[in-house]
Design a protein around this ligand. Sequence first.
Ligand code: NAP
Length: 249
Amino acid sequence: MNRKVVLVTGASRGIGRATALKAAAQGWAVVVNYLHNHAAADEVVAQVRSAGSAAIAVQGDVAVEADVLHMFAQADALGSLAGAVINAGIVAPPLMLVDMPLERLQRMFNVNVLGAYLCAREAARRMMKSGGGEGGSLVLVSSMAAVLGSPGEYVDYAGSKGAVDTLVTGLAKEMGPEGVRVNAVRPGLIDTEIHASGGQPGRAWKRGVNSPLGRPGTAEEVAEAILWLLSDAASYTTGTHLEVSGGLR
Ligand code: NAP
């Protein structure tokens, strides 16, 4: 099969979902990874198919290597992997570092850091020209938290996204000669369910009004930046961290 495939982790909801739908509209076949929410992932797959593109849903925890290998094997069956959006990520309820239990720290770093590294490794292995690939584009979803540090809220999350930023810097240099571009987006306050999952359902609006643009962003606005980085329009852009934050810094 000779179609252009993009794998999007955490594509059942939020930024990943918006990315999957915009990618389909631009002709990509889409692998929709999710963790628990079968119904939401199936709905994304149905929408991609109704837009005329191919899609499959693949359940898997990005923090588990066997799951990551399985999801990339499923992508191989769909066609040639030309794009990967490494988006799945978690937050946790606000706490000072001094109060954070080990289990929370381990899960945060396993999902947001180990998960990103495993997915980036599998994507790069498939795309690198010296390995028989045809090149491609990786987009990692970082956060403005990597710059701001998120004190009093979640310095663990902020540090995990700092690791993602550094991965992008190094992997872009490794993969440039291999025809693979590697970039990050750093969303600011985006109106998705992630804030409720961290026990702060109103957070995006409460804080987003203080950004220079005076509101939180939408998942679709972040997806626009991701799709640009995936596309050939960004053919000379690699190793960058594109802020999509309404000017928040
Ligand atoms: P969201 O609405 O909470 O959606 C999270 C998605 O990730 C869901 O599809 C979820 O699957 C999936 N997921 C969670 N843990 C996973 C795991 N271990 N393995 C595989 N999939 C997993 O989140 P979002 O706001 O769209 O955030 C997406 C990314 O943007 C994250 O990396 C986040 O850190 C980053 N970001 C978000 C904001 C913001 O304000 N929203 C700001 C900066 C950065 P299920 O549906 O199955 O649970």
